[in-house]
Design a protein around this ligand. Structure first.
Ligand code: NAI
Length: 413
């Protein structure tokens, strides 16, 4: 039985799922074939991924392709209760409630696992970690799974290194059609969408500090500049720092950037990127947001210790008034990934590609059932190519084709 906030929200949730379908043509097309084949007949699929409309659409396709689907979120603050109710009304078993405690969240992960899924979709690695925590007698031979995000893949690689990965996992984030677009353009747009509607303040003319110039950071910096902000980047990697510099951004340490920023956005996958001494240097009414997977990038424990009061200032904004200088720092979405906890996540057109990869990689795992070692697999190049081609066809773009002469010239024959 599903565990959701309120079944009466289902109609609004279904409406949201219907809406995104129109903007996810590649997933629809790939899904049609898998539904016709009944590719997942008799299988149980467990999902732990942001519980919002695009994810729900993916779950319904898996279900129509024959699977029994059990779904939870991967962050209690990104769960949309209406979508959870809508998805449950469509026959998927859902365990997800917005804002649930971490204990409740763990219980929901365990409920997915109690169904003994054959395949999993994970976003950040929490479902896999919950599997590892089960006593040996309660484990079963899972075929494998797909990981959606950079931080989840970092966790998988650590397990692989120590020989602890319990079954094969596919690094969906590593596919070109994922991180080139989802992390960069998806995060770039949705982070600013969330920050702007949450704060209702101007970005143009402001100084934005972006921590991390990876795929997410690049998108966030690029879109901030597009809106007229002055952008500063902080990095720890020399090569990325040069790239940011050549892209026209100022690069400096967080210590140097702290007194200059109006907005701070972390996107590193690392912890303690903004800490105690940085807070004391910041301007009055600076905004702090995180786009990385976990809420560890801005050290809110230290910020609370420095504060003489913490007040709820607006939906998804807490104001921390500092003892040291009486300035207020505004933290968005409790330091959780802002575009999902205070927004709608990536645009549907972007998740179209990410979730096309997810569904094709689940099929890949099935086709290679028994073969793979317990390691992290790259997405096969032909799956990446198929997703790109399907997307281009769906949006009506055709490409030049090499003649046989050209192929021979390039050594491709
Ligand atoms: P990435 O590995 O491409 O980039 C991270 C960058 O941060 C690297 O250039 C690294 O050198 C830098 N970095 C690491 N520690 C740092 C520190 N202490 N200070 C400054 N820079 C530092 O990773 P990607 O793909 O950009 O992902 C970043 C995070 O965002 C991950 O946690 C990932 O899971 C998450 N993510 C969030 C999304 C969202 O919707 N909000 C979407 C996709 C990924």
């Amino acid at each position: 039985m599903s565990i959701i906030r309120n079944a009466r929200l289902a109609a609004r949730g279904v409406q949201k799922i219907e809406w995104v379908k129109d903007f996810m043509p590649a997933l629809t097309e790939i899904g049609k074939q898998l539904i016709a084949e009944q590719a997942f007949t008799g299988l149980k699929i467990g999902m732990s991924i942001h519980m919002e409309a695009k994810t729900a659409y993916l779950a319904t396709i898996l279900q129509q392709a024959g699977a029994k689907v059990f779904a939870t979120g991967c962050n209690p603050l990104s769960t949309q209760d209406d979508v959870a109710a809508g998805l449950a009304s469509l026959g998927v078993e859902v365990y997800a409630v917005h804002g649930i405690s971490s204990k409740g969240y763990s219980q929901h992960l365990n409920m997915v696992l109690e169904n003994k899924p054959d395949l999993i979709i994970d976003d950040g690695g929490d479902l896999l970690e919950a599997y590892l925590r089960l006593p040996d007698y309660a484990k079963w031979p899972l075929i494998g799974g797909c990981e959606e995000t950079t931080t989840g893949v970092t966790r998988l690689k650590q397990l692989e290194k120590h020989g602890l990965l319990p079954f094969p996992m596919v690094d969906v984030n590593g596919a070109q059609c994922k991180h080139y677009y989802d992390n960069k353009y998806g995060t770039g747009q949705s982070v600013w969408d969330a920050i702007m509607h949450t704060t209702n303040v101007l970005v143009a003319g402001k100084t934005v500090v972006v921590a991390g110039y990876g795929y997410c950071g690049k998108g966030i910096a690029m879109r901030a500049r597009g809106m007229g902000a002055h952008v500063i980047v902080t990095e720890i990697n020399s090569v990325k720092a040069i790239e940011a510099n050549l892209d026209g951004f100022e690069v400096m340490t967080m210590n140097e950037a702290a007194p200059l920023g109006d907005f701070f956005v972390t996107a590193t996958g690392c912890k303690d990127v903004i800490i105690e001494h940085h807070f004391l240097l910041m301007k009055d009414n600076a905004f702090l947001a995180n786009a990385g997977h976990f809420d560890v990038e801005i050290n809110l424990v230290q910020l609370a210790e420095e504060a003489k009061s913490v007040t709820h200032r607006r939906d998804d904004i807490m104001g921390y008034k500092l003892k040291y200088n009486n300035r207020t720092l505004n933290v968005l979405a409790g330091g959780r990934l802002v575009n999902l906890a205070a927004g709608n996540g990536h645009p549907a057109e972007i998740m179209d590609m990410s979730f096309s990869l997810q569904i094709l990689c689940l099929k890949y795992l099935l086709e290679h059932h028994g073969l793979p070692e317990k390691k992290v697999y790259d997405v096969p190049a032909d799956i990446d190519e198929l997703v790109a081609r399907t997307k281009l066809e769906a949006i009506g773009i055709t490409l030049d084709r090499l003649t046989s002469d050209q192929q021979a010239y390039l050594g491709l024959d």
